[in-house]
Design a protein around this ligand. Structure first.
Ligand code: ASP
Length: 305
């Protein structure tokens, strides 16, 4: 079983338009199909989540990999993390600018280095050492994202929701042996300060997997998710308090996030437990999301549907 997200935001059908909406659903559908093929072939939980996220990273419409948003300097800074629920193996990167599939580099750090987290140039040096090709910055230059930066600069906005047609991507998977994994990949927020890192690559904030509890991948205003340690908090409540996944995930998104500041943090998450229960709460008007069951049935949604 596999769930994916492609970001949350204040979305409306009028704003999106039918064409973009269809493209978005198609992108999510494809990621679920690819992940399901890996599931069918007996892939591990990490293989399934990585394959689904790679598909979304290669899709220029999502804010990860190729379609990443620009920071205030007009540059790309990518963040990603992946975690294996059976072993707690985890890998993460932040602030890389030339890596085509950040989630695969995060996985390589987990599996081929003694470390969990590498940043910036150090992460890219490691990528070349293990034979991963680095991309020219032009690979990540999409007109939509550039125009989005120009609008954000003009309005002084640091934004995840301005024109947030597509956002951060993530996947939570359960393999045929019932092990869990989680993966999250992002370009962060448009017009973010150089060096800013959000929740996505932080193990325990934006990404977490443990077989005894659940797997979580978040999306939204990262600063709030960081301050709440959202992903680990949900898993701890499930494991230690015996709270249901739905209840813990919903409380964090619908109550805790909003209570943290006057304005409230916005966003959502996808979560999966070992029994195959999924929770996909969000406190925005929409979250790009989808699920594929063990029988290959795919559901994709954007709004409350
Ligand atoms: N959580 C991401 C960040 O703050 C943004 C997003 O999910 O859209 O970097």
């Amino acid at each position: 079983m596999l769930a994916v997200h492609g970001g949350a935001g204040h979305l409306s059908l009028e704003h999106l338009g039918p064409e973009i909406e269809a493209l978005c659903r198609e992108g999510l559908h494809k990621a679920l199909e690819v992940g399901y093929r890996v599931w069918k072939a007996g892939g591990s939980a990490l293989d399934i989540a990585e394959a689904a996220v790679n598909t979304l990273e290669d899709d220029p419409r999502f804010n990860a990999g190729r379609g990443a948003v620009f920071n205030a300097e007009g540059k790309i800074e990518l963040d990603a993390a992946i975690m294996d629920g059976a072993t707690r193996l985890a890998g993460a990167i932040a602030g890389v600018s030339h890596v085509k599939n950040p989630i695969s580099l995060a996985r390589a750090i987990a599996e081929k280095s003694p470390h969990v987290f590498l940043v910036g140039d150090g992460a890219e040096v490691f990528a070349t050492e293990i034979g991963m090709a680095l991309m020219d910055p032009s690979y990540f230059h999409t007109t939509d994202r550039w125009e989005q930066l120009l609008r954000a600069r003009a309005s002084g906005d640091i934004s995840l929701s301005e024109d947030n047609k597509f956002g951060t991507v993530g996947a939570v998977a359960r393999c045929p042996q019932n092990h869990l994994s989680s993966a999250t990949s992002t370009g962060g927020m448009t017009n973010k300060r150089y060096g800013r890192v959000g929740d996505s690559p932080i193990i325990g904030a934006g990404t977490w997997a443990e077989d005894d509890a659940c797997a979580i991948s978040t999306t939204g205003h990262g600063e709030f998710f960081l301050r709440l340690g959202v992903a680990h908090e949900i898993a701890a409540r499930v494991r230690l308090l015996g709270e249901s996944l739905e209840s813990a995930a919903s409380q964090l998104i619908h109550e805790a996030l909003g209570a943290l500041s006057g304005e409230g943090g916005t966003g959502g998450l996808i979560a999966l437990d070992r029994t195959g229960r999924a929770a996909l709460p969000f406190n925005t008007t929409g979250m790009y999301r989808g699920v594929v069951t063990e029988r290959g049935e795919i559901t994709v949604a954007i709004f409350e549907e």
